[in-house]
Design a protein around this ligand. Sequence first.
Ligand SMILES: Cc1cc2nc3c(=O)[nH]c(=O)nc-3n(C[C@H](O)[C@H](O)[C@H](O)COP(=O)(O)OP(=O)(O)OC[C@H]3O[C@@H](n4cnc5c(N)ncnc54)[C@H](O)[C@@H]3O)c2cc1C
Length: 215
Amino acid sequence: MSEAPSEEARVRRLAERAGYDAASINPILDDGWVAHVGIVRNGRPVVIPMYYVRDGDSLLLHGAPAAGTLREGKGTEVCVSVTLLEGLVLARSAFHHSMNYRSVVVHGTAVPVDDPVEKEAALELFVERMVPGRQAMIRPNTAKEIQGTGVLRVALDNASTKVRSGDPVDDDEDYELPIWAGVVPVTEVLGAPVGDGRSPEGVVVPDNVAALADG
Ligand SMILES: Cc1cc2nc3c(=O)[nH]c(=O)nc-3n(C[C@H](O)[C@H](O)[C@H](O)COP(=O)(O)OP(=O)(O)OC[C@H]3O[C@@H](n4cnc5c(N)ncnc54)[C@H](O)[C@@H]3O)c2cc1C
């Protein structure tokens, strides 16, 4: 566990489960798909789920410039969290029920990516994150599409992670009780690709898409 970069990023409870360095942060972000992006709108918090990608030591968000987070989030302070749920932890008492997880909370400023070259490179990352090699297989972006997409960058230098793993932790005297306890693992599964049926005859599922399916 490294040192918290700021007071706002410091995990208080069960601090031994926290991390603050790239080695803790990056693998969680690279395994996740959905970020919950918190902004303050008209004095009230709003938390919006969004697809994201990690670009080195920052995180990228994108969307229609008219979307609330892109419209109001740019240039402002945001809080972004990513959670990977890995297990339901069933204890011998309600109090000790828990969840196994890996999570990241990022505090930062959502800086707009306006430079067209930087923006196009960022947009490629969103496609490549879904399927490595896909950008080269699809129609290139038009200038209008690039202009019509907003991109925000949030640095990862003020972030925290928290990880819980393993069995429930019950009170000593409760282990004598005739109650089953343990963990129900939770996994995310990518299924076999399903075509939309609108490609010309003879177009088959590319190998890199087929390879995504788990198992
Ligand atoms: C799937 C899941 C389920 C959870 N369920 C509960 C629950 O039901 N009740 C509950 O009290 N807690 C739950 N937690 C833990 C919760 O996220 C907080 O860690 C916890 O409430 C203690 O926060 P705190 O007081 O230490 O920090 P806070 O004062 O709440 O936050 C201080 C800073 O610590 C960091 N931080 C806090 N939590 C996390 C985290 N999980 N990951 C990364 N950084 C973090 C952030 O940078 C935050 O700004 C759950 C976590 C996950 C991932």
